[in-house]
Design a protein around this ligand. Structure first.
Ligand code: ADP
Ligand code: ASP
Ligand code: MG
Length: 411
């Protein structure tokens, strides 16, 4: 008998029929003798609908109240699923994040889980009930409802699995595993049987939304066996593993991630003196804006250009800060660009292969795609390009690194 945490995403609980299908699936596992804790998201589209409502009142809604509201999406689905389970004879009970006591910090809309009280859940399991827990939400020390950031139900699932010392955490979604890249963009993408935590962490942080990055962090830190599966199709899914297999077939890169959520800012003609980077990025960071990629050009006439990227949501804030800095420093001008995208290739195989970056640049050059910025780490290479070329770039790289499914095997 195993203890399994199963998380079902928004589309998997997007209608009453689907919720009943999920209940039937959970019943099968339970009939097998397993103890089941289910984490659910809000019905698909619901979280967006709620955020839109708030934005009709205020462009920047008060974060505490936004959390009170968006957390209701998950409260609806836990109750519906518990009812659906009981209807088919499975004893079940629902809990909100606060009721479990998923304790978080107070960073509304992006809170971090600090501690989970697993006692009540163990008690319910012992009494023979399936426990249905609301994803994406928690409660802070003062009793305020918090949420964990978009995609946060994945993190609830993994964190619960860690706290309960579950045998496996299964993330059920609308694709049958983790693919070499988003199968909605590249029809020839292939499902991976396995991917390492390290690679999955890079893929998630570079834009692959199939798993929230904090969920992968948690799973790695607490060694939670994690699998991504299709909610309504049978199949082995993708296992996120610790071991890096050294095999002849190990591909050089495992996947391609991309992200349209960034914006680029350039401050031109700043004096090329010690401390320039700090003078520019200090105030940006003080404004709570996180910087991603950074490039400082070679100086001409003792002045230089300094470029960096930020999240698109922070663009206007960062631009304002930068214009102030430009005035203080006597810089020539500030240029902003939101029509950019970041494409990254990821793979532990890069460690043992030279020339991976140049192969990437060659593939992009062949398509006449200009590279605006580059950044590398041990297992990834990222480039910033014009957004309109994003899909072309992803497809070209998928082919260049021999990731395309053989003819007839793609979706
Ligand atoms: P859920 O609502 O179940 O949490 P999400 O929409 O958050 O589902 O995540 C699943 C989606 O992630 C897929 O439909 C797919 O379009 C997207 N995706 C992006 N990159 C990948 C990838 N490398 N492998 C699989 N899916 C991916
Ligand atoms: N409902 C939340 C969202 O849409 C959390 C989740 O689905 O994981 O982001
Ligand atoms: Mg998700």
């Amino acid at each position: 008998m195993a203890l399994i945490v199963q998380k079902f995403g928004g589309t998997s609980v997007g209608s009453v029929e689907r919720i009943e299908q999920v209940a039937a699936k959970v019943k099968k596992f339970r009939d097998n003798g397993d103890d089941i804790v289910v984490v659910v998201s809000a019905m698909s589209g619901e979280t967006n609908r709620l955020i839109d409502l708030a934005k009709q009142i205020s462009e920047q809604p008060v974060a505490r109240e936004l959390d009170v509201m968006v957390s209701t999406g998950e409260q609806v689905t836990i109750a519906l699923l518990a009812m659906a389970l009981m209807k088919i004879g499975v004893p079940a009970v629902s809990y909100t994040g606060a009721q479990v006591r998923i304790l978080t910090d107070s960073a509304h809309t992006k809170a971090r889980i600090l501690q989970i009280d697993s006692q009540q859940i163990h008690k319910e399991l012992k009494a023979g009930r399936v426990v249905v827990v609301a994803g994406f939400q928690g409660v802070d020390e003062a009793g305020n409802i918090t949420t964990l950031g978009r995609g946060g139900s994945d993190t609830t699932g993994v964190a619960l699995a860690a706290a309960l010392k579950a045998d496996e955490c299964q993330i059920y979604t609308d694709v049958d595993g983790v693919y070499t890249t988003d199968p909605r963009v590249v029809a020839k993408a292939q499902r991976l049987d396995k991917i390492t935590f390290e690679e999955m962490l890079e893929m998630a942080s570079l834009g692959s939304k199939v798993l929230q990055i904090r969920a992968v962090e948690f799973a790695g830190k607490y060694s939670v066996p994690l699998r991504v599966l299709h909610s309504f199709q049978e199949g082995p899914g993708t296992l996120i593993t610790l071991d890096e297999e050294e095999s002849m077939e190990q591909p050089i890169i495992s996947g391609i991630a991309f992200n349209r959520d960034e914006a680029k800012l350039t401050i031109r003609g700043v004096p090329d003196t010690p401390g320039v980077a700090f003078k520019i990025l200090g105030p940006v960071s003080a404004a709570n804006v996180e910087v991603d990629m950074i490039v400082q050009n070679v100086a001409h006439d003792n002045t230089t250009d300094f470029t960096f990227t930020v999240h698109r949501n922070d663009y206007h804030n960062a631009l304002q800060v930068l214009e102030g800095i430009a005035r203080d420093m006597g810089a020539r001008e500030v240029i902003g660009d939101i029509d950019i995208a970041k494409v990254s290739i990821v793979g532990v195989g890069m460690r043992s292969h030279a020339g991976v970056a140049s192969r990437m640049f060659e593939a992009l050059a062949k398509e006449n795609i200009n590279i605006q910025m580059i950044s590398t780490s041990e297992i990834k290479v990222s480039v910033v390009i014009e957004e309109k070329y994003l899909e072309l770039a992803v497809r070209a790289l998928h082919t260049a690194f021999e990731l395309d499914a053989p003819a007839g095997k793609g979706e």
